[in-house]
Design a protein around this ligand. Sequence first.
Ligand SMILES: Cc1cc2nc3c(=O)[nH]c(=O)nc-3n(C[C@H](O)[C@H](O)[C@H](O)COP(=O)(O)O)c2cc1C
Length: 166
Amino acid sequence: MNKSAFHQLSYGVYVVSTWDQGRATGCTANSAMQITSEPATVAVSINHDNYTNQCIRSTGRFAVSILGENSDPGIIGAFGFKSGKDNDKFAQVEHVTKEHMPVVADACGYIVCEVIDSMETDTHTVFLGKVLDADVLKKDVPMTYSYYHNVIKGRSPKNAPTYIAE
Ligand SMILES: Cc1cc2nc3c(=O)[nH]c(=O)nc-3n(C[C@H](O)[C@H](O)[C@H](O)COP(=O)(O)O)c2cc1C
């Protein structure tokens, strides 16, 4: 199998967030996609070991903050390389509340979902969410995963579904 073909799939860069008993939390994710239009549904794939997984499970909701090319790239690192279990990731990141979910204020848009189904894989849970609210926050070019790799020179940790060992 030539895993380089996986690099030809296109993604964006998002923060998937939810609540942890009254505290906002979440993780960086590339895996968000719209599944249906009417009613609108969106799916995310979150690693079993990510704290965000169990928080989405108990809250039953998640938000997808869509990062733009002008969003602070530090947000990707803050949410993508630490666990919310022992880090208050939103403490330093300005956010707004939409449909009871924390949304990154510096994102170019957001989508808030209620979990209506989920599917287990060996390593990740695919959460299917019915869209409760969505809006554009500012005019920006949504960041692509290839922009993250090629322009920002960012890495992907092991828990990202697209991770390929060097
Ligand atoms: C660019 C990028 C994309 C990522 N995509 C995903 C993803 O789609 N799903 C996932 O489970 N983790 C993904 N990760 C890894 C999580 O963000 C990372 O494991 C995080 O520390 C988990 O935090 P948590 O334990 O607070 O949930 C990604 C990380 C980066 C930097």
